[in-house]
Design a protein around this ligand. Structure first.
Ligand SMILES: C[S@@+](CC[C@H](N)C(=O)[O-])C[C@H]1O[C@@H](n2cnc3c(N)ncnc32)[C@H](O)[C@@H]1O
Length: 329
């Protein structure tokens, strides 16, 4: 009998990292961990607003798990070099099993009467935005960010911006840039505003609580954009042909010559070995619990072209089953 090699038993590691990072998130420690700066127990306790003993116990667990490194000579802690990758991996587990838990728990209700179940059982939008952000840190933000920076924009508009991570990242990297983050969720907009303050870029970020559908009637939030970006939000309106094309046409008109559209979104049932499992879950959940039939790669390209965009390019992103579409206005 082959001995079990504990180091290959990665599911147990992923489960542990996810739970520990979620606990750290809930007591407000994520930003401190992600900053890459060292901090003391007192700093951490001030953030968690729990007792020092309880905070010390959590920090010890993070150290024991290898997520945090202690510096005994200065009594400080700093995130381990692996933390960013662990957070990215934890994002998949947290998105799947935490943000979508209500769908899994009530799957039979959805299978019997999806419409009724969808109005009764709703996901927590903040959890969805946050866990998407964890996946995004390594799954799709880096490629999108590079692509946007390459086109040297003065103003970027991010549609369905969630907690604003990408826009804030761009503003930190590009001191002359201004941006607008639009989202229909009040929680997401509040999170984006407060994250922008913490990052010191709030003077260059407009946060607008609006639906993307409303841009057809009033495209003013798009004004002055050289790049319009939308990650994992256009699929929510793709089935409403007229609205979808109306939103894209408004984007193209406001971008004008030289402007670019950068979209990250999912395709239905990507079949490559590395993509198929997560893509299958993503496609199935969207179709059966959210009423969203994800388009194929070809269908996405066709939709962008029908709205008048040209030279539409499609690239694979690290997150399984996702693509970046680049188009010229
Ligand atoms: C999956 S999250 C993605 C967030 C962000 N783009 C990212 O990549 O981290 C989708 C976001 O789109 C927002 N959203 C969904 N439907 C929307 C709509 N019709 N108009 C504006 N925002 C919408 C949600 O509130 C949520 O914050």
């Amino acid at each position: 009998v082959e001995p079990v090699n504990a180091h290959q038993d990665v599911a147990s590691d992923f489960a542990a990292y996810t739970a520990l990072l979620e606990i750290a998130q809930r007591v407000g420690l994520s930003q401190m961990l992600d900053s890459g700066a060292s901090f003391t127990l007192a700093d951490a306790s001030a953030v968690t607003r729990t007792g020092q003993v309880q905070t010390a116990s959590l920090l010890s667990a993070l150290v024991a798990a290898g997520l945090l490194d202690p510096d005994e000579s200065s009594s400080t802690f700093i995130a381990s070099v692996d933390l960013a990758e662990r957070r990215y991996q934890a994002g998949y587990l947290a998105w799947t099993l935490d943000a979508n838990r209500i769908y899994i728990d009530h799957c039979a209700d959805f299978m019997r009467d999806a419409e009724n179940a969808a109005s009764t059982y709703r996901r927590d939008g903040h959890k969805v935005a946050l866990t998407t952000q964890w996946i995004g840190t390594k799954g799709f933000y880096p490629d999108i960010k590079n692509e946007i920076i390459r086109s040297k924009p003065d103003r970027v508009v991010d549609l369905g911006a969630g907690a604003g991570a990408l826009a804030i990242d761009l503003l930190v990297a590009q001191p002359a840039l201004t941006a607008l983050a639009l989202d229909v969720s009040g929680g997401a907009c509040d999170a984006a505003s407060s994250a922008a303050r913490v990052a010191g870029v709030d003077g260059r970020l407009d946060v607008v609580r609006r639906s993307i559908e409303s841009l057809v009637e009033d495209p003013s939030p798009l004004q002055g954009a050289d790049v319009i970006h939308a990650a994992f939000v256009l699929h929510d309106i793709v089935k409403y042909d007229d609205v979808f094309l109306g939103v894209l046409s408004a984007c193209r008109k406001e971008l004008g010559d030289g402007g670019r559209l950068v979209v990250a979104d999912a395709v239905r049932y990507a079949s490559d070995r590395e993509e198929r499992a997560f893509s299958a879950l993503f496609t199935y959940l969207h179709a059966n619990f959210m009423g969203v039939e994800l388009p194929s790669e070809e269908r996405w390209i066709d939709l962008f072209e029908r709205a008048g965009f040209r030279d539409v390019e499609c690239r694979r992103l690290r997150t399984p089953g996702t693509r970046m579409f680049l188009a010229h206005a």
